[in-house]
Design a protein around this ligand. Structure first.
Ligand SMILES: Nc1nc2c(ncn2[C@@H]2O[C@H](COP(=O)(O)OP(=O)(O)OP(=O)(O)O)[C@@H](O)[C@H]2O)c(=O)[nH]1
Length: 614
């Protein structure tokens, strides 16, 4: 097929690639929906609650996790039809890495700020990412319909904190539809058209990919230079593998086949790529017979912050879990894993996550989409350890921490946390940070009422529900952003948990010396509750090295769950028995002791400062 390059150049001038970035809940998805509606990309009837958040999990949790790209056509007031590629981005702090991936595919960003909440931590973090990517930023003040909206104050905040001109901010309400027309016109006038030579060899960035059981791997790409057509042989530059293109197209919002994708386009390519491992997000696609010289610079690779062991309840499902992780990783470049074995749990994987929300999402997806039953061990951060013989080791599994006598120093990751909060709550915020081993850095006034409090905090203390604690101690007014800054020595110890005299590797955790005694006692009493009585007495001990810090016994004999019920109520009795049966599936035989999944969660929840028995 011959393409008319002049026509394509004309078309390129009418393309606008942009993202919407915002703090969580400021209205990105609702704005995206309004844009889709107004451009008739989707009829009202077809519109589910929110189209772009299309994963079940996202809808249930009401958060955007995965990015999505859609193409839409907009007939502007100048009479021309423009092609918009809208790339959705997540708002939760765990997923800021995904934001930078989507921004790499754009020329502009709509920076959405809630008119009542004002600039928050992720507003800033995302605005900086947009600036780093040289994007044109269009400020949008949303929710002006709210009685508490203060658009003028928010404009000032944007100017002061981000340093961009906010006078011409679009004032809108995604709820009522006010401002949507202006928004569409401003996308045309303010977001630059993509540049990129159509005559040059193909250069396209893979910014996401999904596995489809019929078509193989589907690559989401932003074409930077050249053109790609069905029948072309593409090469993935990182591994030099070649594939014949079977389909190209765009999402609008369903897949729509096209004859070609050209420089400036955001769309998908399928090429019967069967192995998930061949495609890497951030890689460059070119043509095998006319390759480009240099790959595009990908983007910063995500680094996991939290690690946990994932084990199938049924050991025979190990391969299934492996395959499921492979598939999941394709859609989730931030996910890292490697095989590990546990004496207690058998074969499984050490998995690296961006945060606990990411961990929950991954576990839920593995269980729901791949029908696996899993045990997750207590999450850990990565520790840098210097041993007495001078070796440096990185430990992300507490069970692997060398013996205390062999350790010279343990360094743990510290973050610089920026907490934005109305000044009335500065006290509670500082109290919380202090309690979490934080070190005060500085405090700035953003305006008359709002303060940016900066603390240095151990990542270990942040990952366990710091965010929830922060929300409750500030009535929901605080927002948080953090970045790992460095590793510093801390007085950390490994707590072993022994059942029946045997240390259970999957229950070990690392804790600061000052919190160790209490944590040990709490865990032991929690385990005593959740471990069912067995045919023999089971001692539970918490120990640091050889020193036992807490101990309890689970008495012998099996608890009969129906004992308390008098005869009559049959259904209630059945229900209980069923519940017990259900619970049993999640029992893991460790040595001679049956340990329920709850035991592993108990360790996690106590570390998170929660009691899950309620
Ligand atoms: N009153 C009012 N509410 C709005 C407006 N825009 C969005 N909302 C509501 O604000 C909440 C959050 O909106 P979303 O669009 O889900 O926010 P988001 O920024 O996409 O959130 P994430 O996808 O989790 O990052 C929802 O309950 C919306 O109905 C608006 O203009 N006015």
């Amino acid at each position: 097929m011959d393409l008319d390059l002049d026509k394509l150049k004309e078309r390129q001038k009418r393309i606008r690639n942009f993202s919407i970035v915002a703090h969580i809940d400021h209205g990105k998805s609702t704005i995206a929906d309004r844009i889709l509606e107004r451009t008739k990309t989707i009829s009202k009837r077809d519109m589910k609650a929110q189209v772009l958040d299309d994963m079940d999990l996202e809808r249930e949790r009401g958060i955007t996790i995965k990015l999505n790209a859609v193409e839409l056509e907009y007939e502007a007031k100048d009479g021309q039809t423009y092609i918009f590629h809208l790339i959705d981005t997540p708002g939760h702090v765990d997923f800021s890495y995904e934001v930078s991936r989507s921004l790499a595919a754009c020329e502009g960003a709509l920076l959405v700020v809630d008119a009542a909440q004002g600039v928050e931590a992720q507003t800033l973090a995302n605005a900086y990412l947009a600036v780093d990517n040289d994007l044109e930023i269009v400020p949008v003040i949303n929710k002006i319909d709210l009685p508490s909206a203060e658009p003028d104050k928010v404009k000032e905040e944007i100017e002061e904190t981000i340093g961009i001109d906010a006078e011409s901010s679009i004032l809108m309400s995604a709820k009522t539809g006010v401002g949507v027309d202006e928004l569409l016109e401003r996308i045309v006038s303010d977001v630059p058209a993509p540049e990129g030579d159509l005559d040059k060899p193909l250069k396209a960035l893979i910014f996401d990919s999904v596995y489809d059981s019929y078509r193989g791997v589907v690559l989401d790409v932003r074409v930077r230079e050249g053109v790609v057509k069905v029948g072309d042989t593409i090469e993935l530059m990182s591994n030099k593998k070649t594939f014949e293109v079977t389909e190209v197209g765009v999402m609008s919002p369903k897949a729509v086949k096209r004859d070609y994708l050209m420089a400036g386009d955001v769309g998908y390519i399928t090429a019967s790529i069967k192995t998930v491992k061949d495609t890497q997000v951030g890689d460059t696609v070119t043509l095998a017979d006319n390759p480009t010289d240099e790959p595009l610079t990908g983007y910063r690779k995500s680094t996991p912050m939290v690690y946990a062991g994932l084990y199938p309840v049924d050991n025979a499902k190990y391969e299934d879990l492996h395959e499921a992780l492979d598939k999941l990783q394709l859609n989730d470049a931030a996910l890292e894993y490697e095989p590990e074995t546990s004496q207690a749990l058998g074969f499984g994987f050490r998995v690296g996550f961006l945060g606990l929300l990411h961990m929950d999402v991954v576990q839920e997806r593995l269980e729901r989409d791949f029908d696996l039953e899993l045990i997750t061990t207590s999450p850990s951060v990565d520790y840098h350890v210097t041993t007495t013989d001078g070796n440096e080791v990185v430990v992300d599994n507490p069970a692997e921490l060398p013996d205390a006598s062999e350790i010279k120093e343990v360094r743990e990751p510290f973050v610089r946390a920026e907490i934005m909060v109305p000044e009335d709550f500065v006290g509670p915020v500082m109290e919380l940070c202090q309690h979490k081993r934080g070190e005060f850095v500085t405090m700035d006034y953003l305006d008359k009422y709002r303060v940016n409090v900066i603390y240095k905090l151990p990542l270990l203390e942040i990952i366990f529900d710091f965010f929830d604690d922060l929300k409750s101690s500030t009535k929901g007014y605080a927002s948080l952003d953090y970045d790992v800054e460095d590793y510093e020595p801390s007085e950390l110890v490994k707590m072993d948990i022994l059942l029946n005299g045997e240390p259970i590797d999957a229950l070990s955790f690392i804790v600061h010396k000052d919190f160790a005694q209490k944590r040990g006692r709490d865990i032991v009493s929690k385990l005593k509750e959740v471990i069912p009585r067995q045919m023999f007495e089971v001692p539970i001990q918490a120990a640091i090295g050889n020193k036992v810090v807490a101990r309890a016994n689970v008495k012998a004999y099996r608890k009969d769950v129906t004992a308390k019920l008098y005869g009559g109520d049959r259904t209630r009795r059945d229900k209980l028995l069923n519940k017990q049966k259900e619970g049993k599936k999640r029992m893991k035989e460790i040595g001679r002791v049956s340990v329920p999944q709850e035991a592993f969660m108990a360790v996690l929840n106590l570390n998170r400062g929660k009691d899950d028995s309620k």
